[in-house]
Design a protein. Structure first.
Length: 766
């Protein structure tokens, strides 16, 4: 079937009848838009400084209507709306000049982000007659004109204009030169299947098929029925408190909705809750979060959901929510009883991990399954994953194995070598090329023209015995080669100090910046000196003893260094004198491993694994509950980044599993989260508790600049942690508002992170 494209417009230039609107072809629209007369009027409007003259000139322009393909009797009025002619499009008008350029950049950005609800929803961009900007967008499923406009403005970070939402609204047509972008789907008549789906989404909300409010006669208004005579509903379902069940159901449905889609989300959630609330709208209303929506509108939506015909069989989403809550309840009950005991290793592992640990005795498995991740992460440099808070993470990993001497810490070397084998072969060729260049340099006299360093060098597996300049050069080479990651295996953790170019303080800062994929480099004036600035992607697997670990990190328990490192240990079976026997990591083993490594090498761009996000959010919640039970602030602080580390492992395993989620991945990463925290609390629990007490005493006598204590880019949680460590109320809302108002910081609406402004940095430079 040939697709149809039309537009409702008034082609009359300098016409006076603003009520006339006719369905025309896009060819007619393009001809009017390309006419010399329209271009002349637009030029006059943009060159005049008189508001009256501009108003008169705009009135001479032809116009279009974005919301309907045609109107009854060709009359532009609400009582002439034909619901079946709804375009499922709207036009967002940005009328503040200072917001135009930023809005255009953001519109293109979110249109190309697959994880964004506005992905491929941008249909057209044009400069308005007054030189501002119009965005024509497709309405997301179930969103009304007003909801879509408001939600899109929030996504762009601009003001929302109520006046742009009327269904009969008109837009002045500008010249062809003002058209910045047009999609092949602009003004497209949707297929019958698409129309049916979209109209049903509106009808399920009690709206008309074009998303307008229906007028219900007073006699037909349905009110919320009376609840039980004693006003009490059951507090739990199968032992799960209803609020917890409702919260998990919301997560199963995608998490808290954006402003413009709240009503549709509440309707869907109410349909699922009918199965556990006996189809009772009053009961559903008692457990339903309002997500910031007006209470009466929530009640109306719940009533609409309860009037809908649906199967009596419980929905899969509701079953999943119940199952997750029951498993979490059982796990929490077991864990709370034994938080001081090493978490039990999973009985079944994801396939690649099962292979990597298969050649070692079982008591080495926790350590090996932790230490292989830095080498795996090296192969995914530049690949980003969306976290539950909508920030984006690369999978850079730093793991330290802390175990007593002669217990077998070298058990990890063979599997790590298998992971890096092909990379090291490529590195060998690059090292030979680099050495040839150095030899050529040394044979040339001072006044001779020396050869230029090859620009295609990339060495990923690097020794820890290198200077900071060499480290910076390796980072720069790897980024130039395609955002590749570096990897080091370190026999003694103290060797990291040399790379950092100083003592433990410098190493601590390097670890923190590396975990955050921060910029790193050095500036030198000498022609032969290394000058580079690049992103850090250094994956580290290190060995040490418990005493050395405490000496190395003992003074860095609360500054974020400890939290960013993944810890593991080796605990041999008690009263066992047997010598460990390892299998052989031969060609057959390598052949089985290579397909998994290839999947890591092929991963590119930005990946959104919803299940990994949900898992990380649940881990954070569980850690807060445990911290409250333990009354241990240190556990809570460490849990934030322990959840990030577990999330990164889940993302690596997700890719190695062919972009498929499995219960094995979730079970392992949940164990890895618990095990990491168990190791950290085992080695540093008391020290961290004492350090937090000292910080509280210090801040009770001084008032330091809190913004200077934060990195240049920080999250709301990092400020909350800092406030809490200084004995202040944890909620940073007022403080953030003041900093934004005083232009100390600005918020990135996409990531939710805060950045120190250039104005602040220039005035408060160290």
């Amino acid at each position: 079937m040939v697709k149809e494209f039309t537009i409702a417009m008034n082609r009359q230039v300098r016409g006076s009848n603003k009520g006339l609107i006719i369905e025309e072809s896009l060819e007619v629209f393009n001809a009017i838009q390309s006419s010399a007369e329209v271009a002349s009027i637009i030029n006059q409007i943009r060159s005049t400084t008189s508001a009256d003259e501009r108003r008169q000139l705009k009135a001479a322009l032809p116009y279009r209507c974005p919301h309907y393909f045609r109107f009854k009797d060709n009359r532009r009025a609400q009582d002439c709306i034909i619901p079946e002619e709804f375009t499922f499009q709207t036009c967002v008008d940005i009328d503040r000049e200072d917001q135009v350029e930023g809005a255009i950049a953001r519109a293109y950005l979110i249109n190309n982000e697959e994880s964004n609800q506005w992905y491929q929803h941008l249909l057209r961009v044009e400069k308005s007659a007054s030189g501002k900007v119009h965005f024509d967008i497709r309405l997301p499923l179930g969103m009304t004109i007003r909801e879509a406009q408001q939600s899109y403005c929030e996504a762009l970070g601009v003001e929302f204009d109520e006046s742009c939402c009327s269904p009969e609204r008109m837009i002045y047509i500008t010249d062809k030169a003002s058209e910045l972008y047009v999609s092949e789907h602009w003004q497209e008549h949707l297929s019958d299947d698409e129309l049916k789906l979209r109209r049903e989404a509106y009808l399920n909300r009690g709206l008309t098929i074009d998303g307008r409010e229906t007028e219900v006669p007073a006699a037909q208004v349905v009110t919320m029925p009376e609840g039980p005579s004693d006003g009490a509903y059951p507090a739990d379902y199968q032992g799960i408190p209803y609020p917890e069940l409702a919260e998990e159901l919301a997560q199963q449905l995608g998490g808290s909705p954006a402003h413009g889609s709240r009503n549709n989300f509440i309707f869907s959630m109410a349909c699922h809750l009918r199965h556990v609330c006996d189809d009772d709208p009053k009961w559903i209303a008692s457990v339903m979060p309002d997500f910031g929506e007006d209470a009466q509108r929530v009640n109306d939506t719940i009533l609409s959901a309860c009037r809908r015909n649906q199967s009596p069989a419980m929905s899969q989403k509701m079953k999943a929510a119940i199952d997750v809550c029951l498993k979490r309840k059982q796990m929490d009950e077991a864990q709370v009883k034994s938080l001081d005991v090493e978490p039990a290793f999973p009985t079944r592992l994801p396939a690649p991990l099962r292979l990597l640990v298969s050649k070692a005795p079982r008591y080495y498995w926790p350590s090996i399954s932790t230490m292989v991740f830095p080498a795996l992460a090296m192969r995914m440099g530049g690949v980003k994953f969306r976290y539950w808070d909508n920030t984006f993470h690369e999978v850079t990993t730093m793991a330290i194995q802390a175990a007593r001497t002669s217990v077998g810490k070298s058990c990890v070397k063979a599997p790590l070598k298998a992971i890096t084998k092909d990379i090291e072969e490529k590195d060998r060729e690059a090292r030979e090329k680099e050495q040839a260049w150095k030899d050529a340099m040394n044979t040339k006299g001072v006044n001779k023209e020396r050869p230029v360093r090859p620009d295609d060098l990339c060495i990923q597996v690097v020794d820890s015995d290198m200077t900071n300049a060499a480290f910076t050069q390796r980072l720069a080479d790897a980024e130039k080669a395609g955002n590749k990651g570096l990897y080091s295996y370190v026999d003694e953790i103290e060797m990291l100090n040399k790379v950092a170019g100083g003592g433990k303080e410098m190493t601590s800062r390097l670890i923190c910046r590396n975990f955050d994929t921060d910029h790193y480099g050095q500036e030198r004036v000498g022609a032969q000196s290394v000058t580079a600035r690049t992103l850090m992607r250094w994956n580290i697997a290190a060995n040490t003893t418990p005493n050395s670990l405490v000496k190395f990190l003992g003074k860095h328990t609360t500054d974020g260094t400890l939290a960013r490192i993944n810890l593991c240990t080796i605990i041999p079976p008690e009263d066992s004198d047997e010598m460990p026997i390892f299998g052989i990591y031969d060609d057959r083993f390598q052949a089985k491993l290579n397909p998994y490594l290839k999947l890591l090498d092929e991963a590119k761009g930005t990946i959104d694994c919803k299940k990994a996000r949900e898992m990380a959010a649940n881990l954070c919640k569980r850690a807060r509950e445990r911290a409250a039970l333990m009354d241990d602030e240190g556990y809570k602080i460490l849990s934030y980044r322990a959840a990030v580390i577990a999330f990164r492992k889940a993302c690596i395993l997700y890719v190695m599993n062919g972009m498929k989620w499995s219960e094995d991945i979730e079970t392992f990463c949940t164990w890895a989260f618990d095990y990491d925290l168990w190791c950290k609390m085992r080695f540093f629990g008391n020290a961290m508790s004492n350090d937090l007490k000292c910080e509280m005493l210090c801040v009770s006598h001084v008032a330091p600049n809190m913004l200077d204590q934060l990195p240049d880019t920080f999250s709301r949680d990092e400020l909350a942690d800092l406030r809490q460590a200084q004995g202040k109320e944890r909620n940073p809302r007022n403080q953030l508002a003041q900093w934004v108002k005083r232009q100390f910081i600005q918020r990135d609406e996409l990531t939710g992170l805060y950045h120190k402004t250039q104005n602040y940095l220039s005035r408060h430079a160290a």
